[in-house]
Design a protein around this ligand. Sequence first.
Ligand SMILES: NC(=O)c1ccc[n+]([C@@H]2O[C@H](COP(=O)([O-])OP(=O)(O)OC[C@H]3O[C@@H](n4cnc5c(N)ncnc54)[C@H](O)[C@@H]3O)[C@@H](O)[C@H]2O)c1
Length: 333
Amino acid sequence: MKRAFVTGTAGFIGFHVAQRLLAEGWAVTGFDGMADQGDQRLKQDRHAGLRRHPAFHGVEAMLEDAAMLQEALRRCRPEVVIHLAAQTGVRHSIEHPRAHLQSNITGTFNLLEAMQGQGVAHLLIASSSSVYGASTDLPFREDHNTDRPISFYAATKKSIEAMAHAWAHSHGQPTTAFRFFTVYGPWGRPDMAVFKFTRAILAGQPIDVYNNGEMARDFTYIDDLVTAIGKLIDVAPGGPASDGQSSVAPFRVVNVGHAQPVKLDAMIAAIERATGRTAIRNALPMQAGDVPMTWSDTSLLSRLTGYAPGTPIEEGVRRFVDWYRDYYGGQTA
Ligand SMILES: NC(=O)c1ccc[n+]([C@@H]2O[C@H](COP(=O)([O-])OP(=O)(O)OC[C@H]3O[C@@H](n4cnc5c(N)ncnc54)[C@H](O)[C@@H]3O)[C@@H](O)[C@H]2O)c1
């Protein structure tokens, strides 16, 4: 049985990744500190769901606890480490930068250090499309300049990429850093737009629409993202020159997105159709740290894996709304 160590398994993406790996016959150790941010009930329910699987071992501790992390990793002896635990959210990082510093930078350092000498064949680590900052050079490609993050969250993600690259070079650790683009779907994050808007629309409450709904996001459906991660596990960078991204280390960055920006207005319309309700819109100006558009170039993902995420927003939103109604039993969250 292959073994994976996954951080952030009580979180949205980590939960789905762990579920998929378990379904494919992996043994999974999930490491999550149930960090303050986010909905605790959702986190507990996600982890409880995973614990029902006999090949899942859950460890509830913070990445900042280097000794716990080291012990959990040593016991697991993983072939693959997937690092998804993080403090998330552009706006959250403006108010709580220290939480982002400690979880994302110190936490990632602790993980890298704990992995040393453990013979991990492939480290896969979550970065974010937010590293592209306010770039208008669209679609975003992995070799574009990302030296100008405009939120502290993005700055931590850019730092994580740099730390992982240095580690890959110094320790020969094959590493893939994903840049995810606005992920949504069942068991999603209550602080993100699809979730927030669905909750408000079903409750008959107004939704805050920034910049007249003119902003666009490359919404990526969770099952597509998990499929892409599954395929990327199998293509660890073999050596420094394997795809031209790093001339010195077994390291690459890969965009994982749908490659089709959708205007917020169109996303809201999809929720209106799926819920059968009309949104009450509260028009607001653009927010600090936000970018007008994200759009991934996913040609590297396709070249490496032969896969391109394909779930249309209409379909993904419908599945999200079905889950939401089921989970909250027709109530509001
Ligand atoms: N969801 C998206 O659209 C998106 C987009 C780009 C990047 N990402 C990245 O993907 C990863 C997963 O995101 P998500 O949407 O599942 O977020 P999430 O908030 O749902 O999950 C993160 C999990 O990490 C845990 N955690 C946070 N800090 C921790 C710490 N210091 N120690 C231990 N556990 C800790 C939390 O308890 C939570 O369960 C993150 O690294 C995020 O930055 C997500």
